[in-house]
Structures are given as structure tokens and as C-alpha cells.
Design a protein around this ligand. Structure first.
Ligand code: SF4
Length: 469
């Protein structure tokens, strides 16, 4: 009898199953645990109270990203609380024997940027991190979960998690993306179509010609926002692009060990004709640059569209739409293009990589930041910053009137001094447009690709980047 066809999710799940639990969940071994300064202190404190050591320090890596200022990272940090959190992480990492990428390491950055660029993230792995956007690592064909603080404690203590196996939805994106349309536009379109809760209970497997043609950095953007569509995780099957990306990375295997690993990675991909719990298809060739106009990432419009009218929405959704319009100060039926902005933010674990900065710089070369707009470029890691500087991108941005900052989460979540003020509107390459997300309780966020953010910065309003490329 032929062996049953298995998805990557099945293969990775089965390979990491320690045992099935009476609750119906699986005790799953976690290959890589990434930690940062915000969700780990309490977990370490709980471990100390229980008198437990970190079970696999060599499988745990730490960085500092959320609280780090982006103007000066001189120690001690200007904010005493941020310095205290960094010192606490340094102490916990040292006690446990965990590798910490601190500001002096030259390898520090946003946790979901450094894992891939250092070669820590590899296909066929299970990965956990106390941050919602851990789904990012699925770009390599890993099964990666964002977890809460008590689960961070569990992984530190046991290297395992109790997890329910999600169902699997295959999302095929056909055709070819037009110029000026990016991975960010693809994922915004997917979330818009399926809804912010459409993925609850599912893992997303992305595929089809558009995904196959994407670089690894584009796949990272795509998988990053799986969680915004409600999915537990999202992944792309590993292929030769994945293997090429990993070759020579600091923590990737070397020599013969690399070739052995590559054979395992290729085998982790879903078998052909595997059966999925659900399938969805999108025509990538029809996508245009997208912008969110509301208060969740599902409320987006193509740049050449008008905002929805309340009467067009099903009755059950009208109140939600009215709330979004009231908060954002936008009017139903108006075009999204032309919406004035106050701040432009290029960065985050969604779009703070070198390819993002290159695309934004192409646009920045065409003009200067509009009067009255504050524009920030924040590389996702120290390595991204070095590469950008080597290519002269920092000078391109500065010459256009952008501020060039040091690496960190910055204004994505604003747990550092980079914050919106009052009702400012921010064109942002980050991943969440929730009320107050960028540091002001009344601040407003419009999500878009980094190139679209650069275009908005220069024109002072939401603009179709295709006019500027
Ligand atoms: S950039 Fe934003 S979403 Fe990503 S890890 Fe930092 S705070 Fe979280």
C-alpha cells in the first residue's frame, strides 16, 4: 500500500511529538526558542521560584528589540526602565548559559529578523517565541508559534509545549505580481478576503506561482502576518531558494553537514497531492498596492479603490465599520488615495529587512519628505543597518529628509521613545493598526508596503507608488 501523503505540518508535528496528552493536545518538542526582554523576565522569575534550570540553553537565543531606543543605544540606556529590563535579560541569560545578542554583539535586532539572518531558523523545525509574530519563521518551512509568558516558562523549563494540532488551509496565489505590488499587498489581500478571524484553528500553507517566485525575505513578510489573519502559524514549503539562503549563515550547518541537512529540509516539504482541510485561491496578477484604512489589518483597500460604504457591508458588520471610520476620521465612499499623513515609519519584523529598505530607497530617490511629515527608517537588525550603510541607502534616506535610526522594533509597538503624538496619522510598514498601537491612545495607523510608505512620506499623503517607480 502506498504511504499516505503528508503535509509539512504533519511531518514536522509527528517528528516533534513527545506524546499525546489526555487533554487531546500534543506535547511538542520545540527545536528553537527565541526570547526577548519583554516576555521573558516573568518566565525566568517563575523558573527561579520553582527552582528549575533552563532545560536546553543551547536551543534558546535571546535578543533585545522592543524597548531599545533607536536614537542612541549607548549604555546605560537613557530610559532607566529599559536599562533595567536589558540588565535583567543579561543576568538571566548569563545564569542560564543562553546566547544573548546584545547591542555590543553586532548581531542584535528584532527577534524575527535575526533568527532568519543568522541561520537559526531552519526548515522542518518547531520554533516558539513570546511574540505574536513568530509565524514569520514559517517562511523557511518551519512550524513557528507565538506564545504567552507562561508558555515561555514551560519551554524554558521543558523545551516542550502542549499544543492542539491545527487544521491546514492551503492558500494558492496564482499569476504574477505587477510592478509596485509586494508581499505585504499579498498578505493584506489574503487577510481582507478571509477575515482577521478566518484562520482561527488553522495553519496556513502558502503556495502557487507568486509564492514560488518570492524571495525568502518576501516570504518572511507574508508569513509574519499569518497571525493577523487568525492562523496559528503559516508556512511556505522549503525549496532551493530556502536552501541557498541558508548556505553560509552563522548558525547553519557547514560542509557535508549542510548537504545532509539540505536533504532533510527538501524532504520536509508537503508531498504532492496532499489533502488539505480547506483550499483558497487568489489571483496575484489582479492585486494592486493596498492600504489599511481601519482598525484591524482586514480593513484594507486597494490604492485605486474607494473606502466601503456602510450600506455595502452585511448588517452584522456595519457597527464595526462605523467604529473604524469614527476612530480613523475617514469617510465611507471616499478614495483611500490622498489621505494626508503626519508620520512615515519604515521598519518592523514585517518590513525592516534589506530588500524592504532597497525598495523604499528607490522611491526616496525621487523626492524629499513633504513639509510637516516626520519620516523614520529603522533597520530590523544591526546586520541590516550595516548592509544598508554599505550600499549607501542611509545617505539616500537622509538626503530625502528621512531620519536614519538604529535597529529595533521602534514605532511598531512604541515600547520605546518612538511614538505617535495625539491623533497623528502614520503610514507604517508594520503589521498592526489597532487603536493606540503606535504609542498614542488616539494615534492612527495605515499599514502598507515600505515602498508605499516612502511614497506617502514624499507626497505627504497616501499615494500609488506605481506613479513613482
Ligand atoms: S517589530 Fe513589532 S511585531 Fe515585530 S517583534 Fe517588534 S513589536 Fe513585535
Amino acid at each position: 500500500m502506498p504511504a499516505p501523503r503528508r503535509s509539512l505540518l504533519d511531518k514536522v508535528w509527528d517528528a516533534h511529538t513527545v506524546r499525546e496528552l489526555p487533554s487531546g493536545q500534543t506535547q511538542l518538542f520545540i527545536g528553537l526558542h527565541l526570547i526577548h526582554e519583554v516576555t521573558s523576565p516573568q518566565a525566568f522569575a517563575m523558573l527561579r521560584e520553582l527552582g528549575l534550570p533552563v532545560r536546553f540553553p543551547s536551543r534558546t537565543f535571546a535578543t533585545v528589540d522592543h524597548i531599545i531606543p533607536t536614537d542612541s543605544q549607548q549604555r546605560p540606556l537613557a530610559d532607566a526602565l529599559a536599562e533595567e529590563m536589558l540588565v535583567a535579560l543579561e543576568r538571566s541569560a548569563e545564569e542560564a548559559g543562553i546566547t544573548l545578542f546584545d547591542p555590543s554583539s553586532g548581531r542584535r535586532g528584532i527577534v524575527h529578523v535575526i533568527g532568519p539572518e543568522l541561520g537559526l531558523t531552519q526548515p522542518g523545525m518547531t520554533i516558539a517565541c513570546g511574540d505574536s509574530h513568530t509565524s514569520t519563521h514559517g517562511a523557511f518551512g518551519a512550524v513557528a508559534f507565538g506564545i504567552g509568558t507562561s508558555q515561555v516558562r514551560d519551554v524554558l523549563a521543558t523545551q516542550c509545549l502542549a499544543m492542539a494540532r491545527p487544521k491546514l488551509r492551503r492558500i494558492d496565489v496564482s499569476g504574477e505580481l505587477q510592478r509596485g505590488v509586494y508581499a505585504k499587498d499579498v498578505i493584506l489581500a489574503i487577510i481582507r478576503q478571509l477575515g482577521v478571524k478566518g484562520g482561527v484553528g488553522y495553519a496556513y500553507e502558502y503556495g502557487g506561482p507568486v509564492i514560488d517566485a518570492m524571495t525568502i525575505e518576501e516570504r518572511l513578510t507574508l508569513c509574519n502576518m499569518s497571525i493577523e489573519g487568525g492562523a496559528r502559524c503559516g508556512y511556505v514549503n522549503p525549496d532551493e531558494a530556502t536552501i541557498d539562503y541558508l548556505r553560509g549563515r552563522d548558525f547553519a550547518p557547514r560542509g557535508e553537514a549542510f548537504e545532509r541537512a539540505a536533504a532533510y529540509w527538501r524532504g520536509a516539504a508537503s508531498d504532492p497531492d496532499v489533502s488539505y482541510d480547506d483550499r483558497v485561491e487568489l489571483d496575484g496578477g489582479r492585486l494592486a498596492p493596498s492600504v489599511t484604512w481601519g482598525i484591524n489589518p482586514g480593513q484594507s483597500a486597494a490604492i485605486d479603490e474607494r473606502l466601503p460604504r456602510l450600506s455595502d457591508a452585511p448588517r452584522g458588520q456595519q457597527a464595526q465599520l462605523a467604529e473604524a471610520f469614527a476612530y480613523m476620521g475617514l469617510r465611507p465612499g471616499e478614495p483611500v488615495a490622498g489621505t494626508p499623513i503626519d508620520v512615515a515609519f519604515i521598519g518592523s519584523c514585517t518590513n525592516g529587512r534589506i530588500s524592504d529598505l532597497r525598495e523604499a530607497a528607490r522611491v526616496a530617490r525621487s523626492g524629499r519628505v513633504a513639509a510637516g511629515v516626520k519620516a523614520l527608517v529603522v533597520p530590523g537588525s544591526q546586520a541590516v543597518a550595516r548592509q544598508a550603510q554599505a550600499e549607501g541607502l542611509d545617505e539616500v534616506f537622509r538626503a530625502a529628509g528621512f531620519e536614519w535610526r538604529e535597529a529595533g522594533c521602534s514605532m511598531c509597538l512604541a515600547m520605546n521613545p518612538d511614538k505617535l503624538v495625539g491623533r497623528q496619522v502614520c503610514a507604517s510598514s508594520s503589521n498592526r493598526n489597532f487603536k493606540g498601537r503606535q504609542g498614542s491612545p488616539t494615534g492612527r495607523t495605515l499599514l502598507m508596503s515600505p515602498a508605499m510608505v516612502a511614497a506617502a512620506a514624499i507626497r505627504g499623503k497616501v499615494t500609488d507608488v506605481r506613479e513613482m517607480l
